[in-house]
Design a protein around this ligand. Structure first.
Ligand code: TZP
Ligand code: MG
Length: 213
């Protein structure tokens, strides 16, 4: 099975900056308790040493839960934590360079255009991230919402790589995403800002599964 085939369903991204007191590890643990099978550690402010320390903790709990652990941005942190993979954007080190240094691990690349999607596939990405699909306040520089109709075109341009939709996805619009051709829906605020993160995860997974039937 191709490594990217594991990228499916609800993909939870941690973010400590949204709700004071909610740490990466706490968010990850709550999401895993709700049934999440993919956790990404994402922190735009932490230094690599702190990312690695947090990453090792999340590595342990994702192993117990038999969930995938993906690190955002840093190849060094991903390697140090023995993460299952790395997710990079267009502003990070080139996907081709990372591919060489991350054999056997999952490589995800954010794309917004058909050229970027084709390039990600050529570089050996295992999945593409597409977004923001809906408007979001979580990422200041996310750009204009692409809408669900862009998903299929970008997936096709990537030669059918597993496709993760991201940006403004919540319980109210998840069914649209599930029927859009995306293999997975990534969420931050829909879980991190929910009163009960475990319950929110459970609800999103249930909605996703119901919408895919
Ligand atoms: N990339 C594109 S939109 C986004 C990222 C990291 C933020 C998604 O956060 P939310 O809260 O699920 O809209
Ligand atoms: Mg990045």
């Amino acid at each position: 099975m191709a490594p990217g085939a594991l990228i499916s369903g609800i993909y939870v991204i941690t973010d400590e900056s949204l709700v004071p007191g909610r740490t990466h590890a706490e968010i990850a643990a709550a999401a895993l308790a709700g049934g999440a099978k993919i956790i990404q550690l994402r922190d735009k402010n932490a230094c690599e040493a702190r990312m690695a320390a947090i990453g090792k903790e999340i590595r342990l709990i994702t192993r117990w839960a038999e969930a995938l652990f993906i690190v955002n941005d840093s190849l060094e942190v991903a390697l140090e934590c023995d993460a299952d993979g790395l997710h990079v954007g267009q502003g990070d080190r080139s996907a081709a360079e990372i591919r060489d240094r991350l054999p056997g691990k999952i490589l995800g690349v954010s794309v917004t255009t058909v050229d970027e999607a084709a390039q990600a596939a050529r570089a050996g990405a295992d999945y593409i991230g597409v977004g923001p699909i809906f408007p979001t306040e979580t990422k200041a520089d996310a750009g204009k919402a692409l809408g669900v109709d862009t998903i299929r075109g970008l997936r096709d341009a990537s030669n059918g790589l597993p496709t993760v939709a991201i940006g403004g996805i919540n319980a109210g619009n998840l069914a649209l995403v599930a029927r859009s051709g995306a293999n997975s829906a990534a969420v931050i605020s829909a879980i991190v800002c929910a009163p009960d993160m475990t319950e929110a995860t459970r609800d999103l997974i249930q909605t996703w599964e119901y919408s895919r039937r």
